[in-house]
Design a binder for this molecule. Structure first.
Ligand code: 13P
Ligand code: SF4
Length: 386
């Protein structure tokens, strides 16, 4: 008998598409790779199950364990690590990720690891960032289709034209961009440090205006937090742009007392209606520290699953949106990626060096993590979108 299970239900991840044959679950890849749930696999993996028991039913564990074991064995054999973004599904995040976190955290980890291979559990711009920082390492991404709507909204040529139009103004570029774009920029930022970076570079250049690319909403949210004038590009995150302030009003009505946390890639009116806004790490830290009874994370779906794993006492309302790019990374293609050492990120040295300066200048800015939070009560914005 064959039974197919869906991956998602009401915004909650409910596992891979499994085949059930003769009462035994199998990921399709296990059959292809002849991976069995044998005694060695049991011994090596069964202690990991408790961490993901809310997401993987016990009867499905024999389908996951062989692949998890095979990946963890390959990591050891090849001196490889997996950097897993907070938007990875709980199997990747909780079972095989060596480092988990937000874009800034993963970039910093890339600079510290002694591994020879980094597998990016995330999207293409994140893998490029790892290559920019670690040219001597092999940087692999499991799917070349793991892109990003922000990264594809702007090119290096666009940045060159902007520089011509606004000479004398520094260009702050979100890390969610290609290496080409980073190479044309004066400094990068992430959602953790965007306000601090804008203020830092304005002071360094002795200007009261900066160009901030390519996320229009992040730029508008930053502009509310600082007297610095911001010139923004019109890129948007296709995941966060879908949230609206009327959604929040409805959710508050349906869930009295719920605490609403938003990512700063959300539209500014969503940020104004939220209780707290910050990077994925800041949201995760907020839940761990404040332990709200009931919380909504206005961000990508897997984030709630992963934060819920670490905060079992909090109830998560899940009006999340899926990032199709992040979801292109799976246990199966991570296994293939490690086995076949593909797909490798390569960059020309000249381009990498230029991009490296922009990323390192960002990493070297000491910032107060509290400055990474966005005060929802501030509304005056000094921003122009080009
Ligand atoms: P952070 O994890 O840096 O907040 O980024 C969110 C995001 O959208 C990454 O693609
Ligand atoms: Fe890009 Fe948005 Fe997906 Fe992040 S969540 S990778 S910003 S499309």
């Amino acid at each position: 008998m064959e039974n197919k299970l869906n991956n998602w239900e009401n915004g909650r991840w409910i596992g891979q598409t499994l085949e059930v044959e003769n009462g035994v679950c199998a990921l399709p890849a296990n059959k292809e790779y002849k991976l069995d749930y044998n005694d060695d696999v049991k011994l090596a993996t069964d202690h990991l199950y408790a961490g993901v028991s809310n997401f993987i039913p016990k009867f499905e564990w024999p389908a996951y364990a062989p692949l998890v074991h095979a990946i963890n064995t390959l990591k050891k054999d090849k001196n490889a690590v997996i950097l897993a973004h907070n938007y990875m599904t709980p199997d990747i995040f909780g079972l095989i990720g060596d480092y988990t976190g937000d874009s800034l955290g993963l970039a910093v980890e890339a600079t510290k690891t002694n591994a020879s291979i980094i597998v990016q559990g995330g999207v293409h711009f994140m893998a490029e960032t790892s290559k920019i920082l670690c040219p001597e390492k092999r940087i692999l991404i499991p799917s070349l289709r793991a892109g990003c709507s922000l990264a594809s909204s702007i090119t290096g040529e666009d940045v060159k034209l902007i520089k011509k139009k606004y000479p004398g103004l520094p260009i702050v570029t979100y890390v969610n961009t290609s290496a080409d774009v980073k190479a044309e920029s004066d400094i990068c930022c992430t959602s953790s440090n965007a306000v601090a970076i804008v203020e830092y570079i304005a002071k360094k250049w002795n200007v009261d205006k900066v160009i901030m690319l390519p996320d229009e909403y992040l730029a508008k949210n930053v502009a509310k937090q600082t007297p610095i004038e911001v010139i923004a590009w019109h890129g948007r995150c296709e995941v966060h742009a879908r949230f609206s302030s009327s959604d929040i009003k409805d959710m508050r009505e349906e869930n009295p007392g719920v605490v609403v946390l938003a990512h700063p890639e959300c539209p500014p009116d969503v940020v104004s209606e939220s209780d707290f806004t910050g990077s994925t790490k800041a949201m995760s830290d907020y839940v761990s520290k404040n332990k709200p009874k009931n919380v909504i994370l206005l961000t990508e779906c897997s984030m709630s699953d992963n934060v819920a794993m670490q905060n079992p006492e909090t109830k998560f309302v899940r009006p999340c949106n899926l990032c199709p790019h992040m979801k292109r990374i799976t246990l199966e293609n991570i296994y293939e990626c490690l086995r076949n050492e593909k797909y490798e990120i390569t960059l020309s040295e000249a381009l990498r060096k230029k991009a490296h300066k922009a990323v390192m200048d960002m990493i070297n800015v000491d910032f107060d993590p509290l400055k990474g939070h966005f005060d929802p009560s501030l509304s005056a914005t000094n921003v122009k979108v080009i």
